[in-house]
Design a protein around this ligand. Structure first.
Ligand code: ADP
Length: 532
């Protein structure tokens, strides 16, 4: 029998396995369940494709995305491996034919959408005499978890499907999400038996991480691209926007400004999407402006920068999208443009978007709560003055130790500023409001704004009215963000998010110090509290 390394070379053309691949493959071949947690681009697919070639019978790969299945099956067939996919993109006739061929043993690997598993036709196939499913690989396994960013209730069907099979296949689960909750859910819900768990490092040392808060995002982008053009002519990059509309606008403006640019979003025809994608991949266009619909299953090694024109909805999405830069291991930059509106837009999308429509009311409420919590963590990333890489790795449960010196915060010069007094004023202000208000109103009270909202609620009489009149709105919001990050304040997940005190808030009134880092160039704006 061919060995795994031989197949790696023969079918995929690679000489060596990457970190984590070999142990995950060997375990499956020995009949042991596995959980592979590896960042995007690390090469998870080979971890189930190679054992699939070596085991008797058929391998089923459960995968959530039609586009991903198509791409992977296309690539496998091109490499000379018989594979097929079964999902809603097939007509009834095509679907039946594929199942017939599968029954005849034509395919070594079958990709299947989770919804299909328990349909009558598929079960009939799976239970046919002579059909031997020896290995079931669950790709994007975080979809089983309500803690994952893409919870799919249909993933919960995997276990009951397995129970119907005459012989339980070896089970492999693969994901790029490494948070503790997700990992435990995957192990539990899929009921992996004595699995080998392999987690490869999430750090991508060649990537520079940056956060900017430009007044004018477009101008910032244009000058960044000009500089790139000058210093590294011809380098490729992706600009991610939150909406199709902004993709259109940014792409149009860049084209007018003379850049080699194309675009991608779900509103374009299949043909145009394919063409634009190819233009980017084959370097006919340098810049791809896209929504998050772009990128899954695309492997362009030499993407030199990924700019997020808007903050994405969570760290998982951010790291996955940013991680498309620098797959070749050469230096690349991942820069996020943060604007206050980004948080509102994301909130709106979480509350009203299509993502969770298929869920029942109760589950939707739970999922939405978790989505809002993740949005908060994403916002903290943008507000953080600490090492950004440290923040990312910490989020994914990895201890990163010291500062990286390769992110905008590590390179920025900061002064330490003791803001205990100001933070205490915030706490007292919220306390004396006797009911909860949102950030903007509390900012207005502290700065002593004279507007209708303040007057209507009699907030001029709040003892902290004007207490922080000397601070700018952004620096006051930054202070509140810092307080939230350090657990002195909380922003509720209600329809109208309100500021709440926490168990720790009182500490600021009784001696606990709050020191924040203020960028040196903002020194002049260092906050001042009014003496009482
Ligand atoms: P993931 O699913 O983890 O995001 P993929 O399976 O799509 O990653 O692999 C990412 C890229 O890495 C693919 O282009 C794949 O061909 C390549 N790759 C995977 N394993 C190896 C290897 N051992 N050597 C070189 N390239 C590899």
């Amino acid at each position: 029998m061919e060995d795994a390394r031989g197949l790696l070379k023969q079918y995929f053309g690679f000489d060596d396995f990457r970190e984590g691949q070999k142990p995950l493959i060997d375990a499956v071949l020995e009949g042991r369940d596995v959980l592979g947690i590896m960042p995007t681009g690390a090469g998870k697919s080979l971890c189930f494709q190679i054992p699939a070639l070596m085991m008797p019978g058929i391998t089923l790969v459960v995968s959530p995305l039609i586009s991903l299945m198509k791409d992977q099956v296309g690539a496998l067939n091109q490499a000379g491996i018989h594979a097929a996919f079964l999902n809603s993109s097939l007509s009834m006739g095509q679907y039946r034919k594929a199942l017939d061929l599968a029954r005849e043993g034509r395919y070594k690997i079958i990709y299947v959408a989770p919804e299909r598993l328990e349909t009558e036709g598929f079960l009939r196939f799976a239970l046919s005499p002579g059909v031997d499913i020896s290995f079931l690989a669950v790709d994007e396994a975080h979809c089983v978890s309500q803690w994952g960013q893409d919870f799919r209730p249909s993933y919960l069907k995997i276990l009951s499907f397995l129970e119907k099979l005459p012989r339980r296949p070896v089970l492999g689960a693969y994901t790029a999400t490494a948070t503790v909750e997700v990992k435990e859910d995957v192990l539990d819900i899929l009921n992996l038996r004595d699995p080998l768990v392999v987690t490869t490092g999430f750090d991508r040392a060649n990537l520079f991480f940056g956060v900017k808060k430009p007044r004018d995002k477009y101008r910032e982008l244009e000058s960044y691209l000009r500089e790139k053009e000058e210093k590294m002519p011809g380098s490729s990059g992706i600009v991610y926007c939150l909406s199709r509309k902004s993709v259109e606008e940014v792409c149009y403006q860049l084209r007018e400004a003379g850049f080699s640019v194309t675009r991608y979003h779900a509103g374009l025809s299949d043909t145009e999407r394919r063409e634009n994608q190819d233009d980017f991949i084959y370097d006919r266009r340098q810049i791809m402006v896209a929504t998050n619909a772009f990128g899954m299953g695309i492997d362009k090694p030499d993407v030199r920068f990924v700019i997020h024109y808007n903050m994405p909805k969570n760290m998982e999405s951010y790291y996955q999208e940013a991680g498309r830069a620098g797959r070749d291991g050469e230096p690349a930059e991942c820069i996020l443009y943060f604007g206050a509106a980004d948080q509102r837009t994301n909130r709106f999308l979480i509350e009203h978007g299509e993502d969770n429509q298929e869920l029942d009311e109760e589950t939707r409420r739970i999922v939405m709560g978790k989505d809002l919590e993740r949005l908060k963590q994403m916002t903290f990333y943008c507000a953080s003055s600490g090492c950004l890489r440290h923040y990312i790795l910490d989020y994914f449960g990895e201890d990163s130790g010291t500062e990286c010196q390769n992110c905008s915060n590590c390179l920025e010069e900061f002064d330490l500023s003791d803001v205990t007094e100001q933070a205490a004023a915030v706490v007292r202000c919220i306390e004396s409001c006797h009911r909860n208000f949102g950030i903007n109103l509390i900012v207005d009270v502290l700065r002593g704004a004279d507007n209708q909202k303040i007057r209507q609620r009699g907030l001029e009489d709040n003892p902290e009215y004007k207490a922080l009149a000397g601070m700018t709105v952004p620096s006051l919001k930054q202070l509140m963000n810092e307080m939230m990050m350090q657990g002195f304040l909380n922003l509720s997940n209600d329809d109208y998010p309100v500021l709440e005190l926490t168990d720790r808030s009182e500490e600021l009134l009784s001696g606990e110090k709050l020191v924040i880092k203020v960028p040196k160039r903002e020194e002049k704006q260092a906050p001042k509290a009014r003496k009482k």
